[in-house]
Design a protein around this ligand. Sequence first.
Ligand code: ZN
Length: 407
Amino acid sequence: MPKVILLILDGLGDRPVAELSGLTPLEAAATPNLDKLATQGICGLQNALGVGQRPGSDTSHLAILGYDPHLYYTGRGTIEVAGLGMRLEAGDVALRGNLGTVTDDLLVVDRRAGRISDTGPFVKDLDGLSFEGVTLHIKPGTGHRAGIILRGPSLSSHISDNDPHEVGVRIHEVKPLDDSAEAAFTARVANHLFTEAHRILKHHPLNQERVAQGKPPANYLLARGAGFYKKVETFQERYRLKACAIAGGGLYKGLGAFTGMDVLKVPGATGLANTDISAKFQAALEALGGAYDFAFVHVKATDAFGEDGDFLGKKSFIERLDQSAQILLNRPDLLVVVTGDHSTPCALKRHSGDPVPIMMVGEGVRTDQVTAFGERSCTQGGLGRLTGLMIMPEIINLLGLSPLIGN
Ligand code: ZN
Protein backbone atom coordinates (compact mmCIF):
# COMPACT_ATOMS: atom_id res chain seq x y z
CA MET A 1 0.00 0.00 0.00
CA PRO A 2 1.38 3.45 -0.86
CA LYS A 3 2.04 5.95 1.89
CA VAL A 4 0.18 9.25 1.74
CA ILE A 5 1.61 12.74 1.79
CA LEU A 6 -1.10 15.39 2.11
CA LEU A 7 0.39 18.79 1.34
CA ILE A 8 -1.81 21.74 2.26
CA LEU A 9 -0.70 25.12 0.96
CA ASP A 10 -2.60 27.57 3.10
CA GLY A 11 -4.71 30.11 1.25
CA LEU A 12 -3.41 28.75 -2.09
CA GLY A 13 -6.37 29.70 -4.29
CA ASP A 14 -6.56 33.18 -5.76
CA ARG A 15 -8.30 35.31 -8.36
CA PRO A 16 -6.99 36.73 -11.65
CA VAL A 17 -4.52 39.57 -11.09
CA ALA A 18 -4.34 42.26 -13.80
CA GLU A 19 -0.62 42.85 -13.15
CA LEU A 20 -0.03 39.13 -13.78
CA SER A 21 -1.74 39.38 -17.19
CA GLY A 22 -4.98 38.18 -15.72
CA LEU A 23 -3.44 35.05 -14.21
CA THR A 24 -3.57 34.00 -10.58
CA PRO A 25 -0.26 33.80 -8.65
CA LEU A 26 -0.38 29.98 -8.94
CA GLU A 27 -1.09 30.16 -12.69
CA ALA A 28 1.59 32.79 -13.25
CA ALA A 29 4.23 30.93 -11.24
CA ALA A 30 6.68 28.69 -13.06
CA THR A 31 5.82 25.32 -11.53
CA PRO A 32 7.26 22.56 -13.70
CA ASN A 33 7.19 20.01 -10.87
CA LEU A 34 3.64 20.67 -9.69
CA ASP A 35 2.57 20.61 -13.34
CA LYS A 36 4.27 17.26 -13.86
CA LEU A 37 2.42 15.91 -10.83
CA ALA A 38 -0.85 17.29 -12.22
CA THR A 39 -0.13 15.57 -15.54
CA GLN A 40 0.52 12.24 -13.83
CA GLY A 41 -2.43 12.58 -11.45
CA ILE A 42 -6.10 13.38 -11.23
CA CYS A 43 -7.12 16.96 -10.56
CA GLY A 44 -10.13 18.93 -9.48
CA LEU A 45 -11.38 21.72 -7.28
CA GLN A 46 -12.53 21.65 -3.72
CA ASN A 47 -14.39 23.86 -1.29
CA ALA A 48 -13.49 22.65 2.19
CA LEU A 49 -16.83 23.63 3.75
CA GLY A 50 -18.98 23.62 0.63
CA VAL A 51 -19.62 25.81 -2.37
CA GLY A 52 -19.31 29.51 -1.61
CA GLN A 53 -18.53 28.93 2.07
CA ARG A 54 -15.72 31.08 3.41
CA PRO A 55 -13.74 28.90 5.79
CA GLY A 56 -11.33 29.65 8.57
CA SER A 57 -8.08 27.71 8.48
CA ASP A 58 -9.19 25.65 11.49
CA THR A 59 -12.55 24.50 10.13
CA SER A 60 -11.23 23.90 6.62
CA HIS A 61 -8.40 21.67 7.86
CA LEU A 62 -10.75 19.69 10.08
CA ALA A 63 -12.99 19.05 7.06
CA ILE A 64 -10.09 18.06 4.81
CA LEU A 65 -8.81 15.65 7.48
CA GLY A 66 -12.30 14.14 7.59
CA TYR A 67 -13.59 15.71 10.81
CA ASP A 68 -16.89 17.47 10.22
CA PRO A 69 -16.37 20.94 11.71
CA HIS A 70 -20.05 21.09 12.62
CA LEU A 71 -19.40 18.23 15.03
CA TYR A 72 -15.80 18.84 16.08
CA TYR A 73 -15.25 22.59 16.01
CA THR A 74 -16.33 24.47 19.11
CA GLY A 75 -13.67 27.18 19.17
CA ARG A 76 -10.03 27.68 18.39
CA GLY A 77 -8.90 27.23 22.00
CA THR A 78 -9.05 23.44 22.04
CA ILE A 79 -6.94 23.14 18.89
CA GLU A 80 -4.30 25.65 19.99
CA VAL A 81 -4.01 24.08 23.42
CA ALA A 82 -3.62 20.62 21.88
CA GLY A 83 -0.80 22.07 19.78
CA LEU A 84 1.06 23.06 22.94
CA GLY A 85 1.02 19.44 24.00
CA MET A 86 -1.56 20.00 26.75
CA ARG A 87 -3.67 16.94 27.42
CA LEU A 88 -7.38 17.67 27.11
CA GLU A 89 -10.09 15.82 28.99
CA ALA A 90 -13.74 15.56 27.98
CA GLY A 91 -15.61 18.54 29.43
CA ASP A 92 -12.61 20.90 29.43
CA VAL A 93 -12.94 24.45 28.22
CA ALA A 94 -9.77 25.63 26.47
CA LEU A 95 -8.76 29.16 25.58
CA ARG A 96 -5.92 30.90 23.82
CA GLY A 97 -4.03 33.17 26.18
CA ASN A 98 -1.71 36.17 25.97
CA LEU A 99 0.14 37.93 28.71
CA GLY A 100 -0.62 41.60 28.28
CA THR A 101 -0.13 44.89 30.06
CA VAL A 102 -2.96 46.81 31.74
CA THR A 103 -3.10 49.97 33.85
CA ASP A 104 -4.41 50.00 37.44
CA ASP A 105 -7.82 50.81 35.90
CA LEU A 106 -7.55 47.68 33.72
CA LEU A 107 -7.11 49.64 30.51
CA VAL A 108 -5.17 47.56 28.01
CA VAL A 109 -1.85 49.20 27.18
CA ASP A 110 -0.21 46.35 25.28
CA ARG A 111 -1.88 43.05 24.37
CA ARG A 112 1.52 41.33 24.20
CA ALA A 113 3.38 42.92 27.12
CA GLY A 114 6.07 44.35 24.86
CA ARG A 115 6.17 41.07 22.92
CA ILE A 116 7.52 39.32 25.97
CA SER A 117 9.61 36.36 24.86
CA ASP A 118 8.81 33.82 27.56
CA THR A 119 5.67 33.60 29.66
CA GLY A 120 6.94 30.51 31.48
CA PRO A 121 8.09 32.09 34.76
CA PHE A 122 4.80 34.00 35.02
CA VAL A 123 2.27 31.34 34.11
CA LYS A 124 3.99 28.86 36.42
CA ASP A 125 2.52 30.83 39.32
CA LEU A 126 -0.99 30.71 37.82
CA ASP A 127 -1.08 27.00 37.05
CA GLY A 128 -3.41 25.20 39.44
CA LEU A 129 -5.46 28.20 40.58
CA SER A 130 -8.92 26.99 41.42
CA PHE A 131 -12.35 28.31 42.30
CA GLU A 132 -15.62 26.49 43.00
CA GLY A 133 -14.24 23.16 41.79
CA VAL A 134 -12.74 24.52 38.58
CA THR A 135 -8.97 24.41 38.12
CA LEU A 136 -7.00 26.60 35.75
CA HIS A 137 -4.24 24.79 33.87
CA ILE A 138 -1.86 26.92 31.89
CA LYS A 139 1.21 26.31 29.76
CA PRO A 140 3.47 28.79 28.00
CA GLY A 141 3.28 29.03 24.21
CA THR A 142 5.68 30.89 21.95
CA GLY A 143 6.44 34.51 22.85
CA HIS A 144 3.61 36.21 24.71
CA ARG A 145 1.24 33.27 24.26
CA ALA A 146 -0.09 30.62 26.60
CA GLY A 147 -2.62 27.81 26.50
CA ILE A 148 -5.38 27.82 29.11
CA ILE A 149 -7.63 24.99 30.24
CA LEU A 150 -10.52 25.34 32.67
CA ARG A 151 -11.23 21.90 34.12
CA GLY A 152 -14.17 20.99 36.30
CA PRO A 153 -17.77 19.83 36.15
CA SER A 154 -20.57 21.63 34.30
CA LEU A 155 -18.52 23.98 32.14
CA SER A 156 -19.53 25.61 28.86
CA SER A 157 -17.45 27.22 26.12
CA HIS A 158 -20.29 29.62 25.32
CA ILE A 159 -18.47 32.48 27.01
CA SER A 160 -17.05 35.70 25.64
CA ASP A 161 -13.37 36.73 25.63
CA ASN A 162 -11.90 38.94 28.33
CA ASP A 163 -9.49 40.13 25.63
CA PRO A 164 -10.95 43.30 24.09
CA HIS A 165 -8.66 42.75 21.05
CA GLU A 166 -7.60 46.42 21.11
CA VAL A 167 -5.58 48.75 23.27
CA GLY A 168 -6.89 51.77 25.17
CA VAL A 169 -10.05 50.00 26.30
CA ARG A 170 -10.88 48.21 29.52
CA ILE A 171 -10.50 44.46 29.97
CA HIS A 172 -13.84 42.87 29.16
CA GLU A 173 -15.80 40.99 31.71
CA VAL A 174 -16.37 37.39 30.55
CA LYS A 175 -20.06 37.01 29.74
CA PRO A 176 -22.19 33.94 29.13
CA LEU A 177 -23.21 33.71 25.47
CA ASP A 178 -26.36 31.69 26.08
CA ASP A 179 -28.96 31.29 28.81
CA SER A 180 -27.59 28.05 30.23
CA ALA A 181 -26.59 27.66 33.87
CA GLU A 182 -23.28 26.18 32.63
CA ALA A 183 -22.36 29.29 30.62
CA ALA A 184 -23.27 31.57 33.54
CA PHE A 185 -21.23 29.42 35.92
CA THR A 186 -18.21 29.26 33.59
CA ALA A 187 -18.24 33.02 33.02
CA ARG A 188 -18.42 33.69 36.76
CA VAL A 189 -15.58 31.27 37.54
CA ALA A 190 -13.46 32.59 34.66
CA ASN A 191 -13.86 36.18 35.85
CA HIS A 192 -12.81 35.19 39.34
CA LEU A 193 -9.77 33.24 38.11
CA PHE A 194 -8.63 36.01 35.75
CA THR A 195 -8.92 38.57 38.55
CA GLU A 196 -6.92 36.31 40.83
CA ALA A 197 -4.32 35.81 38.07
CA HIS A 198 -4.05 39.60 37.70
CA ARG A 199 -3.46 39.98 41.45
CA ILE A 200 -0.61 37.44 41.31
CA LEU A 201 0.95 38.86 38.14
CA LYS A 202 0.73 42.44 39.38
CA HIS A 203 2.92 41.60 42.38
CA HIS A 204 5.19 39.21 40.53
CA PRO A 205 8.87 39.99 41.29
CA LEU A 206 9.78 39.59 37.61
CA ASN A 207 7.32 42.33 36.75
CA GLN A 208 8.99 44.65 39.23
CA GLU A 209 12.23 43.88 37.38
CA ARG A 210 10.57 44.55 34.02
CA VAL A 211 9.24 47.90 35.19
CA ALA A 212 12.66 48.84 36.59
CA GLN A 213 14.10 48.05 33.13
CA GLY A 214 11.48 50.24 31.46
CA LYS A 215 9.60 47.25 30.02
CA PRO A 216 5.81 46.87 30.19
CA PRO A 217 4.80 44.47 32.96
CA ALA A 218 3.12 41.17 31.97
CA ASN A 219 0.30 41.74 34.39
CA TYR A 220 -2.88 40.43 32.77
CA LEU A 221 -3.92 37.08 31.34
CA LEU A 222 -5.94 37.87 28.21
CA ALA A 223 -8.06 34.97 27.01
CA ARG A 224 -10.02 34.32 23.87
CA GLY A 225 -11.49 31.65 21.60
CA ALA A 226 -13.05 29.34 24.19
CA GLY A 227 -13.64 25.82 22.89
CA PHE A 228 -15.25 22.81 24.52
CA TYR A 229 -13.46 19.48 24.33
CA LYS A 230 -15.30 16.29 23.57
CA LYS A 231 -13.34 13.10 23.03
CA VAL A 232 -12.15 13.04 19.42
CA GLU A 233 -11.58 9.76 17.59
CA THR A 234 -7.94 9.76 16.53
CA PHE A 235 -6.91 9.72 12.90
CA GLN A 236 -5.48 6.24 13.43
CA GLU A 237 -8.69 4.95 15.05
CA ARG A 238 -10.70 6.39 12.22
CA TYR A 239 -8.62 5.42 9.19
CA ARG A 240 -6.19 2.82 10.52
CA LEU A 241 -3.36 5.00 9.27
CA LYS A 242 -0.52 6.03 11.54
CA ALA A 243 -0.23 9.74 10.91
CA CYS A 244 2.20 12.54 11.58
CA ALA A 245 1.90 16.30 11.16
CA ILE A 246 4.66 18.61 9.96
CA ALA A 247 3.95 22.32 10.32
CA GLY A 248 5.51 25.54 11.51
CA GLY A 249 2.42 27.37 12.73
CA GLY A 250 0.91 26.59 16.13
CA LEU A 251 -2.63 26.15 14.83
CA TYR A 252 -1.52 23.47 12.37
CA LYS A 253 0.54 21.58 14.90
CA GLY A 254 -2.58 21.86 17.02
CA LEU A 255 -4.78 20.40 14.28
CA GLY A 256 -2.38 17.48 14.06
CA ALA A 257 -2.39 16.94 17.81
CA PHE A 258 -6.18 17.46 18.04
CA THR A 259 -6.72 14.60 15.56
CA GLY A 260 -4.23 12.38 17.39
CA MET A 261 -1.35 12.67 14.94
CA ASP A 262 2.25 12.76 16.12
CA VAL A 263 3.52 16.29 15.61
CA LEU A 264 7.08 16.07 14.32
CA LYS A 265 9.64 18.73 15.10
CA VAL A 266 11.41 19.88 11.94
CA PRO A 267 14.22 22.42 12.31
CA GLY A 268 13.64 25.30 9.93
CA ALA A 269 9.85 24.82 9.73
CA THR A 270 8.82 28.32 10.77
CA GLY A 271 5.30 28.84 9.45
CA LEU A 272 6.71 31.90 7.67
CA ALA A 273 8.01 32.68 4.18
CA ASN A 274 11.53 31.74 5.28
CA THR A 275 10.40 28.21 6.13
CA ASP A 276 12.60 25.34 4.98
CA ILE A 277 10.19 23.58 2.62
CA SER A 278 12.73 20.95 1.58
CA ALA A 279 13.34 20.06 5.22
CA LYS A 280 9.61 19.53 5.68
CA PHE A 281 9.35 17.27 2.62
CA GLN A 282 12.46 15.39 3.68
CA ALA A 283 11.06 14.87 7.18
CA ALA A 284 7.75 13.65 5.73
CA LEU A 285 9.48 11.18 3.42
CA GLU A 286 11.62 9.89 6.27
CA ALA A 287 8.56 9.45 8.45
CA LEU A 288 6.74 7.62 5.65
CA GLY A 289 9.80 5.46 5.08
CA GLY A 290 9.49 4.43 8.72
CA ALA A 291 6.48 3.79 10.89
CA TYR A 292 4.07 6.34 9.43
CA ASP A 293 1.42 5.76 6.75
CA PHE A 294 0.22 9.34 6.39
CA ALA A 295 2.01 12.68 6.60
CA PHE A 296 0.11 15.95 6.78
CA VAL A 297 2.47 18.72 5.69
CA HIS A 298 1.38 22.31 6.10
CA VAL A 299 2.87 25.40 4.46
CA LYS A 300 1.56 28.76 5.65
CA ALA A 301 3.25 31.52 3.67
CA THR A 302 0.94 31.32 0.61
CA ASP A 303 -1.87 32.56 2.87
CA ALA A 304 0.24 35.31 4.46
CA PHE A 305 1.17 36.70 1.02
CA GLY A 306 -2.52 36.64 0.05
CA GLU A 307 -3.49 38.53 3.21
CA ASP A 308 -0.81 41.11 2.43
CA GLY A 309 -2.09 41.45 -1.15
CA ASP A 310 1.44 40.58 -2.28
CA PHE A 311 0.79 38.66 -5.50
CA LEU A 312 4.44 38.76 -6.57
CA GLY A 313 5.50 37.37 -3.20
CA LYS A 314 2.86 34.63 -3.44
CA LYS A 315 3.97 33.76 -6.97
CA SER A 316 7.66 33.56 -6.10
CA PHE A 317 7.00 31.59 -2.91
CA ILE A 318 5.00 29.06 -4.97
CA GLU A 319 7.96 28.86 -7.38
CA ARG A 320 10.31 28.14 -4.47
CA LEU A 321 7.93 25.49 -3.20
CA ASP A 322 7.78 23.95 -6.65
CA GLN A 323 11.55 23.47 -6.68
CA SER A 324 11.36 21.58 -3.40
CA ALA A 325 8.44 19.53 -4.76
CA GLN A 326 10.74 17.83 -7.24
CA ILE A 327 11.43 15.27 -4.52
CA LEU A 328 7.77 14.14 -4.79
CA LEU A 329 8.07 13.18 -8.47
CA ASN A 330 8.19 9.58 -9.68
CA ARG A 331 7.47 8.01 -6.32
CA PRO A 332 5.34 4.90 -6.92
CA ASP A 333 5.53 4.27 -3.17
CA LEU A 334 3.52 7.44 -2.51
CA LEU A 335 0.06 8.83 -2.99
CA VAL A 336 0.72 12.56 -3.22
CA VAL A 337 -2.21 14.87 -2.52
CA VAL A 338 -1.74 18.62 -2.95
CA THR A 339 -4.35 21.25 -2.23
CA GLY A 340 -5.08 24.38 -0.18
CA ASP A 341 -7.41 24.88 2.73
CA HIS A 342 -9.17 27.84 1.14
CA SER A 343 -8.48 30.72 -1.23
CA THR A 344 -6.90 33.94 0.02
CA PRO A 345 -7.12 36.19 -3.04
CA CYS A 346 -4.53 38.98 -3.04
CA ALA A 347 -7.22 41.36 -4.28
CA LEU A 348 -9.33 40.71 -1.16
CA LYS A 349 -6.54 40.25 1.41
CA ARG A 350 -8.75 37.75 3.23
CA HIS A 351 -10.14 34.24 2.91
CA SER A 352 -12.77 33.73 0.24
CA GLY A 353 -15.21 31.01 -0.73
CA ASP A 354 -13.52 30.43 -4.10
CA PRO A 355 -12.63 26.77 -4.68
CA VAL A 356 -9.04 25.56 -4.45
CA PRO A 357 -7.25 23.24 -6.87
CA ILE A 358 -6.54 19.71 -5.70
CA MET A 359 -4.57 16.85 -7.22
CA MET A 360 -3.96 13.23 -6.29
CA VAL A 361 -0.98 11.46 -7.80
CA GLY A 362 -0.12 7.81 -7.39
CA GLU A 363 -0.20 4.31 -8.74
CA GLY A 364 -3.53 3.40 -10.31
CA VAL A 365 -5.00 6.88 -10.19
CA ARG A 366 -7.21 7.56 -13.22
CA THR A 367 -5.46 10.44 -14.95
CA ASP A 368 -7.22 13.22 -16.81
CA GLN A 369 -6.35 15.86 -19.39
CA VAL A 370 -5.00 18.40 -16.89
CA THR A 371 -1.32 19.26 -17.43
CA ALA A 372 -0.96 22.29 -15.16
CA PHE A 373 -1.76 22.77 -11.48
CA GLY A 374 -3.89 25.90 -11.41
CA GLU A 375 -7.29 27.24 -10.49
CA ARG A 376 -8.65 27.16 -14.03
CA SER A 377 -6.78 24.18 -15.47
CA CYS A 378 -8.10 22.01 -12.62
CA THR A 379 -11.70 22.76 -13.58
CA GLN A 380 -11.11 20.18 -16.34
CA GLY A 381 -9.97 17.50 -13.91
CA GLY A 382 -11.41 14.09 -13.20
CA LEU A 383 -12.04 14.74 -9.53
CA GLY A 384 -14.61 17.40 -10.40
CA ARG A 385 -15.71 19.51 -7.49
CA LEU A 386 -15.23 18.09 -4.01
CA THR A 387 -15.96 19.29 -0.51
CA GLY A 388 -13.39 18.88 2.23
CA LEU A 389 -15.20 15.91 3.73
CA MET A 390 -14.99 14.05 0.39
CA ILE A 391 -11.19 14.15 0.30
CA MET A 392 -10.34 11.49 2.91
CA PRO A 393 -12.86 8.96 1.46
CA GLU A 394 -11.26 9.50 -1.94
CA ILE A 395 -7.79 8.92 -0.45
CA ILE A 396 -8.98 5.83 1.41
CA ASN A 397 -10.45 4.48 -1.83
CA LEU A 398 -7.20 5.06 -3.72
CA LEU A 399 -5.37 3.17 -0.96
CA GLY A 400 -7.77 0.27 -1.48
CA LEU A 401 -9.04 0.51 2.08
CA SER A 402 -12.66 1.47 1.41
CA PRO A 403 -15.08 -0.97 3.00
CA LEU A 404 -17.56 -2.65 0.67
CA ILE A 405 -21.07 -1.32 1.14
CA GLY A 406 -23.57 -4.13 0.51
CA ASN A 407 -22.18 -7.33 -0.97
ZN1 ZN B 1 -5.85 28.82 5.96
